[in-house]
Design a protein around this ligand. Structure first.
Ligand SMILES: *[C@@H]1O[C@H](CO)[C@@H](O)[C@H](O)[C@H]1NC(C)=O
Ligand SMILES: *[C@@H]1O[C@H](CO)[C@@H](O)[C@H](O)[C@H]1NC(C)=O
Length: 109
């Protein structure tokens, strides 16, 4: 888990720590935060030898996956709410470290 301010990183929580699925299945990852006024959650994927890939974000209650990325983003990005990333149709290339981050939804995105 990461956040836009290092001192806030212990206020962003992600579960599970690791998971194993078969190809074709779907995996769900939870993320929540406890930071006042933050209302956006961003999701990233990091696989070996690749750059960090931005998967999409949730703005308050609206999930916006990046075009062409087979994920769903559901729930809520508000404080103490649960935001989920669903990675659909798993394949070998889905194997990666997934990160969520929380931030304030400012105009300077
Ligand atoms: C994700 O959150 C839901 C709802 O709080 C909970 O039931 C589920 O156990 C969580 N999953 C993990 C892997 O923590
Ligand atoms: C989950 O989020 C996706 C967009 O990320 C949306 O298309 C879908 O309708 C949502 N599902 C529910 C049950 O809200």
């Amino acid at each position: 888990p990461v956040s836009s301010g290092a001192s806030l990183s212990d206020q962003v929580h992600q579960t599970p720590a690791d998971m194993f699925y078969k190809p074709g299945e779907a995996a769900v990852i939870n993320c929540s935060h406890t930071i006042d006024s933050y209302d956006r959650i961003l999701w990233y994927k990091h696989s070996n030898g690749n750059q960090m890939q931005f998967l999409g974000y949730m703005n308050i209650k609206f999930g916006t996956p990046e075009p062409g990325v087979k994920v769903k983003i559901n729930g809520s990005a508000n404080k103490n709410d649960l935001c989920t990333l669903t990675v659909e149709d798993l394949s070998v290339s889905s194997s990666a470290v997934y990160f969520c981050a929380a931030r304030y939804h400012s105009a300077s995105y």
